[in-house]
Design a protein around this ligand. Structure first.
Ligand SMILES: [Zn+2]
Length: 286
């Protein structure tokens, strides 16, 4: 049987288009914000695929849907860090699912949405909000409320977080690296790409998103075999874990999609809210 590649989404997402045309019209601050949003979503995706790699390479038990479990893993890693950057990363990733869901055609769901391996984008955003609000109620109740998670559900999320944390902690415990000795078991590769993705490749390389994730992996866990984090042009908007090559693959199209999503959909809304906040503050100061 052919070993199945584990993906981040079930279908090729939307039309692929280069970010360069849009990027040219951005101010420096807007471009920086788009890059941050792209890298934040990319990091959560890499962690999601690393979750699949752990399940495969460490032969972890999975109780329930693997796609949900590895989404949870990615969110837990960033929650446990609890740095301003990782928290911003979670907010951006949650928004990534919220805005992707809004691009879904509104003619209703089809059966394939329900029998697919992945939960719906909107469920993935709720699941993230649930873990976040359980981790820090005062810090994230505004966010969970904003995505539409009612307060009674926000309160029961404590149990979701407890089970998720204990489950992942216990199955990974035998594989945690306690003495940091650098090893070469995690490599990073950038493969060829069309010039459409020159800018995205430069952004990924400059910010060392794959390299930093590989460092974290080397420092944190002991893996039985070498693994690779690869960035490449895939011909679709996606990311994969390929068990036959033990490779996490980030498609340039995936990062490009989030850059475009930010510029076209997220940024206008965030800028409008920032303006409203400013106007309110001015009013209060008068
Ligand atoms: Zn997946």
């Amino acid at each position: 049987m052919k070993m199945l590649r584990k993906t981040i989404v079930s279908l090729t997402m939307l039309a692929i288009s280069g970010a360069s045309a849009v990027a040219a019209e951005l101010t420096n601050a807007q471009r920086d914000a788009a890059i941050t949003f792209t890298l934040n979503n990319t990091r959560h995706t890499l962690l999601h695929e690393i979750g699949h790699m752990f399940v495969d390479q460490l032969a972890l038990p999975v109780l329930g849907k693997e796609e949900d479990a590895v989404d949870t893993f990615a969110t837990l890693v960033m929650l446990e860090e609890s740095t301003p950057a990782s928290i911003e990363g979670l907010v951006d990733t949650m928004d990534g699912w919220v805005y992707t869901d809004r691009q879904t055609p509104r003619r209703g769901y089809s059966n394939s949405d329900f029998y697919g391996m992945h939960s719906l984008d909107i469920q993935r955003s709720f699941a993230m909000a649930c873990l976040m609000v359980a981790h820090d109620y005062d810090g994230f109740t505004w966010l969970a409320t904003r995505v539409g998670l009612p307060h009674d559900r926000q309160e029961t999320c404590v149990e979701d977080l407890r089970l998720a944390r204990n489950g992942w902690r216990d199955v990974l415990a035998p594989h945690v690296r306690d003495d940091y000795s650098p090893n070469r078991k995690v490599s990073v590769v950038y493969r060829n790409h069309d010039e459409t993705y020159d800018e995205i490749v430069a952004i990924l390389k400059q910010n060392r998103i794959l390299e930093n994730t590989a460092d974290w992996l080397r420092k944190s866990y002991v893996l039985p075999r070498p693994v690779r984090l690869t960035a490449e042009e895939c011909g679709q908007v996606n990311a994969f874990y390929d068990p036959s090559t033990r490779e996490v693959i980030l498609c340039y199209e995936w990062a490009d999609y989030f850059f475009e999503l930010f510029v076209n959909d997220v940024m206008p809304v965030r800028e409008r809210f920032a303006l409203i906040r400013e106007l309110k503050l001015e009013k209060m100061e008068r």
